[in-house]
Write a protein that binds this ligand. Structure first.
Ligand code: C2E
Ligand code: CA
Ligand code: CA
Ligand code: CA
Length: 284
């Protein structure tokens, strides 16, 4: 037992140190990443399940580190939040994504045969709402570049809703009043309460990929997914299913009346130019 304890000691201590050292190093590198052009924004299509058209895309930030290669935003966004870089990065992503939306709009790429613009959906973490950041600048920016607000959506998470600060609701309302749609991301993973949905002004709900992944094998996950879709529709919300990886998942979601699908079955997130090429060869 003693030997085991010793082994554990030897195993854990360096790894904890390594984790801290790595975070510190990454945070340091992240400070110069934007200026050195290491960040990019990729776009993942969101498909209308009834028509098969690409109607939206989610903007996802990418970091190509000169020595370590690709680093996941799931790893560096929390670091950016801790060291006060999230608003700088978030604003940069927003401007890039709005520029992409403008490019799509000007080139006549639309999300529907009727010509509705292809909407770009941009993640905004709770920290971006709480740090006294002037979110009005995002709305102003759309006016400056002459982009209709309906070309943009904001994805928020349930983390935002845990906080009962009244200004959260008013900030969301400001976006919606300006014409920017709001989507509730990762639904079902946090402290999801139906009461939030009633209280909040949102347009879309994104079912977390964990439910979608298991819905073909686990009856309860399928039941939950179907219930979320039915409930959302009754509340006047539209539903995006995340993490659609198989034909079977896509078909089950369609049968359940889910509005939109996003996932590797359709496409991974792509660099701007590749996304344009995908649109051109996408069957309409
Ligand atoms: P998210 O907002 O839930 O984004 C969806 C994630 O699922 C993306 O990971 C996407 O590449 C991945 N994904 C898409 N389809 C599939 C699929 O079929 N299967 C699987 N297994 N995964 C799929 P990614 O790009 O690594 O982003 C991770 C998280 O980082 C995002 O989760 C989001 O929370 C955060 N993030 C990314 N970009 C930004 C950003 O610009 N701002 C902020 N605040 N957060 C961001
Ligand atoms: Ca998202
Ligand atoms: Ca999500
Ligand atoms: Ca997530």
């Amino acid at each position: 037992a003693k030997a085991l304890g010793k082994n554990r000691f030897c195993y854990f201590v360096p790894s904890i140190q390594a984790i801290f050292a790595e975070r510190l190093q990454l945070g340091h590198d992240l400070r110069s990443a934007m200026a050195q052009g290491q960040l990019d924004v990729y776009y993942q299509p969101i498909v209308d399940l009834a028509t098969g058209h690409i109607v939206k895309a989610e903007a996802l930030v990418r970091w190509h580190h000169p020595r370590r290669g690709w680093i996941s935003p799931a790893q560096f966004i929390p670091i950016a939040e801790d060291i006060g870089l999230i608003n700088g990065i978030g604003d940069w992503v927003f401007r890039r994504a709005a520029g992409m939306a403008k490019r799509l709009w000007e080139s006549g790429c639309s999300g529907t045969p009727a010509g509705a613009p292809l909407q770009i959906s941009i993640n905004k973490s709770p920290r971006q709402f709480f740090t006294g950041h002037a979110h009005e600048t995002w709305i102003d920016h759309l006016q400056e570049i002459g982009l209709p607000a309906e070309c943009i959506a904001i994805e928020i998470t349930e983390g935002l809703l845990l906080d009962e600060r009244p200004d959260v609701t008013s900030k969301l309302q400001q976006f919606r009043r300006a014409g920017v749609q709001v989507s509730l991301d990762d639904f079902g993973t946090g402290y999801s309460a139906m009461a939030y949905l009633k209280r909040l002004d949102i347009d879309y709900l994104k079912i977390d990929q964990s439910f979608v992944r298991d819905m073909t094998s686990t009856p309860s996950d399928r039941a939950i997914t179907e219930a979320i879709i039915a409930m959302s529709h009754k509340l006047g919300l539209r539903v995006v299913a995340e993490g659609v990886e198989t034909r079977e998942q896509r078909d089950l979601l369609s049968a359940a009346g889910c509005d939109f699908g996003q996932g590797y079955w359709f496409s991974r997130a792509l660099p701007e130019d590749e996304f344009f090429k995908l649109l051109q060869r996408w069957p309409d």
